[in-house]
Ligand binder design. Sequence first.
Ligand code: ADP
Length: 467
Amino acid sequence: MKVAFFSSEVFPFAKTGGLADVSGALPKALSELGLEVKVFMPLYKNIKPEVLSESFGETKVSNSMEIIFIKNDEFYLRDYLYNTPEGDYPDNLERFSFFCRKSLEILKEINFSPDILHCNDWQSSLVPVYLKSLYKNDPFFKKARSVLTVHNLAFQGYFPLDKFGIIGIDEGNKADLEIYGRINLLKGGLISSDRINTVSPSYAEEIQTEEFGCGLDAVLRENKEKLSGILNAVDYEVWSPETDASIYHKYNFGSLKEKIENKLSLQKEFGLSKGRDKFLIGMVTRLAEQKGVDILAESLPEILKKYQVVILGTGEPKYHRILSSLVESYPENFSLHLKFDETLAHKIYASSDVFLMPSRFEPCGLSQLISFKYAVLPLVKATGGLKDTVTDCISDPQSGTGFVFTEYSAKALIEKADQAYNLFQDKSNWRLLQQRVSALNFSWEETAKKYLSLYGQVAGTGLSPVL
Ligand code: ADP
């Protein structure tokens, strides 16, 4: 089976969030299952020319997988992927329609006729739109079927309606892309793709409701027979404390007691008061409304009186300001890093006792799965993928894998943190919990098989639910 996979960010070449992790790992796992995979992404500024061979930029990862970089210096040679701190690039429609169109043209140029075109989020949502319009009668794409994975419904790619001409398709297709008086690329993708997938079963349900539907819930309900949810996984080649070159001290399932060395080193590096018994809460996140930064900020003064918190994050300036204003009052307990830093992220996972994710909504969430591997107990709000992957140790002591609160409030968050700390004080029980979560397996190997089954269904005729 031949698969063309389209993504605006692919780890390790470009990353702003979980989409990059998925796009770096899933194609690799699919190729290991015997599929032939070509991954398409834009050739951004930081990507070094030495990894590339041909004129449009191609790099071979293995015999069955290649990454093809779409080159357009005017569009992609910039400091950021989608926006500057001042806001979105004004020509994102031009940039990503070019990406989709050019990728399809290159498939023809290299004579790679795919069975599946796997698109991700709004940036590649025009691929299924072009397939159903410009390439409708093209024999090259006759057998091609499209799958669109929604990694986050909150990002839809909308633009003024008078820019429709830039997309380069017939006016007759306009209704598919239009909603609330604007062009909405994700809507076009949802309607035009043969199958819609999202990154957890709970999120697949939630996005059909008004509360989580971000204005597209009606479109999703109308298309629910082609909608499914497959949980993301973790690339254990990147995320394993046993082999992680970025952390202070490596450890594994058999040597969990050595994990503490990481906490002590992190406390030292960032000037926190040192101590094995200090309860360290970690967070690595985009600082966006979605991630629950408002209830985090509200609860921090109370939490920082008792526990240590290390936050690595970047995003909205107002959250940078709010969090920065707390540093001075708790110098021994609060370590704040307002940036994107891959190495520090690894150190935080390795050092933390608990990892905090108070998300308002969370399509899947990767950090809680990474935390498990590092023997860190996630403390999460019950929503989306967090609900599907973390169970509460308080209500379910025999098999709980973290701490789960249900009411979106600072009070509920603080209460859960206190409960977690109570368990933490019983060292032998805490070790059992660490062992339990670090033994969990969220590998791409298993997840890729679910995608294979989904591809099989869509390449045939069926719309039956995925596993
Ligand atoms: P989302 O895609 O919504 O941002 P996920 O939990 O799915 O959230 O994925 C987040 C990924 O991005 C994780 O790998 C996390 O470690 C990483 N990440 C988020 N913020 C930062 C940051 N400031 N520095 C380094 N890595 C980060």
